[in-house]
Design a protein around this ligand. Structure first.
Ligand code: DAH
Length: 342
C-alpha cells in the first residue's frame, strides 16, 4: 500500500508539472485530493490493513497529501505569474511620459470640400465615380469633342507619357467611360486630380482638383443645371447664393456657360476679392454637346443633359479664404493649422 501511495505521489507530481492553466490545477486538485479523489480512494483500503500497520500507512498517506497540496500550490503561483505576464504583454501600452498634445494630423482642405460636395450631390441622387489619373488621348480629348489639332487643346498644356497616354488635364476625361458604363438616366459626379504644364503663380498650379458632374435624361434643361448648382453652392457656403450664367466656350457643351456667384465678401457691391466686379467665376458648365452624347452611346434625339467642371481647388480657396493656390500642394502643416483645420 505504501508503494501505491508513493506511485500516486509521483504521478501527481508529474502531472502537476505539465499543467498550464489555473483550470488544470483545479482539476488536478479535485482528481487527487477531492472527496472522491485518488488519495481518499486508497485510504478506503486502510480498513483491510492490520491495525498496528495502519498508523504508519496513514502517516505516509498524509505526507503524500501534503506534498501534492504543496506542489499544486507552487504550480498555481507559477501559472498565475505567467498569466499576469501574458496579460501585460498583450495589453496596449500607454506611455504616460509622452506629451498629451500629439499632432495626429487632419484632412486636407480639398478633401474636406470634396467630401462635402459629394455628400450634397449624393443626397440629390447622384453617384460618386472614380476617374483615372493616367488617361488615353481619346478619353481626355476626342471623346469630349476636342479632336487632334483643335485649338482648344492649346488651353490645356498636357503632360504626355512615352506610351502616348497622358496625365488627365480635366475630369471631363471620364465622361465617355461613365456614359458607356451607365447609359441613361445618368446622375454622376467624379472628382479627381488633374495635371497641366502651367507656369506656377498664386492662381495656377500644375496639379489641381476638379469635380465633374453630369445629368442626362429625357428633357434635362438649363433650369435643372441652375437648380443643382445653386443648391450645392448654398449648402457649401451655408447661405443663399446668387448665381448667374454667362456664355462660355467649351467644345463639349452647347450652349456653354461660365457660372458665377455673387461675391460672398461684398454681397455684389464690388471689392478686392471679386476684382470690383461683384461676381466670382466659379464653375464652367453647359448642355452636353450631341457629339459627346453620341460618342458615349447615348441618342441625343432622345436625351439631353448638363455637365459642369467645378474647380475644387478654387472652391477650397474660397471657403477657407486662401489667397495662394500653391499653399494647397505645399505639404506645409503650418498652413493647415493657420486655416484652423484640426
Ligand atoms: N473641363 C473643363 C476644363 O477643365 C471644365 C468644364 C467646362 C467641364 C464645361 C464641363 C463643362 O463639364 O461643361 O477647363
Amino acid at each position: 500500500m505504501v508503494e501505491r501511495i508513493n506511485e500516486l505521489k509521483l504521478q501527481a507530481k508529474e502531472r502537476i508539472g505539465l499543467a498550464t492553466s489555473s483550470n488544470d490545477i483545479e482539476n488536478l486538485r479535485v482528481e487527487y485530493l477531492g472527496k472522491k479523489g485518488k488519495v481518499v480512494e486508497i485510504l478506503k483500503d486502510l480498513k483491510n490493513i492490520e491495525p498496528e500497520k495502519r498508523k504508519e500507512i496513514a502517516m505516509v498517506a498524509n505526507q503524500a497529501k501534503d506534498e501534492i497540496e504543496k506542489n499544486l500550490e507552487l504550480k498555481k503561483e507559477e501559472i498565475k505569474e505567467k498569466e499576469y505576464e501574458n496579460k501585460i504583454n498583450n495589453t496596449k501600452k500607454v506611455d504616460l511620459t509622452l506629451p498629451t498634445d500629439l499632432n495626429i494630423g487632419s484632412l486636407h482642405p480639398i478633401t474636406i470640400v470634396q467630401k462635402e460636395v459629394e455628400e450634397i450631390f449624393e443626397s440629390m441622387g447622384f453617384t460618386v465615380e472614380d476617374g483615372n489619373e493616367v488617361e488615353t488621348e481619346y478619353n481626355n480629348f476626342e471623346a469630349v469633342n476636342v479632336p487632334k489639332h483643335h485649338p482648344a487643346r492649346d488651353m490645356q498644356d498636357t503632360f504626355w507619357l512615352e506610351n502616348g497616354q497622358l496625365l488627365k488635364t480635366q475630369t471631363s476625361a471620364a465622361q465617355n467611360r461613365i456614359m458607356k458604363k451607365y447609359g441613361t438616366p445618368l446622375k454622376a459626379i467624379f472628382p479627381g486630380r488633374c495635371f497641366r504644364n502651367e507656369e506656377l503663380d498664386a492662381s495656377h498650379e500644375n496639379t489641381f482638383f476638379q469635380m465633374e458632374g453630369m445629368m442626362i435624361d429625357k428633357d434635362v434643361s438649363i433650369a435643372n443645371l441652375i437648380y443643382f448648382m445653386k443648391t450645392l453652392l448654398s449648402e457649401i457656403f451655408k447661405k443663399d447664393v446668387d448665381v448667374r450664367l454667362r456664355p462660355g466656350y467649351f467644345p463639349f457643351v452647347e450652349p456653354g456657360f461660365e457660372l458665377d456667384i455673387k461675391c460672398l465678401y461684398c454681397g455684389g457691391k464690388g471689392c478686392k476679392v471679386c476684382k470690383h466686379g461683384g461676381w466670382i467665376e466659379l464653375c464652367p458648365c453647359g448642355m452636353i454637346h450631341p457629339n459627346v452624347l453620341k460618342m458615349g452611346g447615348i441618342d441625343p434625339e432622345e436625351n439631353s443633359g448638363f455637365a459642369f467642371g467645378l474647380g475644387l481647388s478654387r472652391l477650397a480657396m474660397m471657403k477657407y479664404g486662401i489667397n495662394d493656390l500653391r499653399i494647397l500642394n505645399s505639404c506645409d502643416l503650418r498652413s493647415l493649422k493657420q486655416l484652423g483645420i484640426k
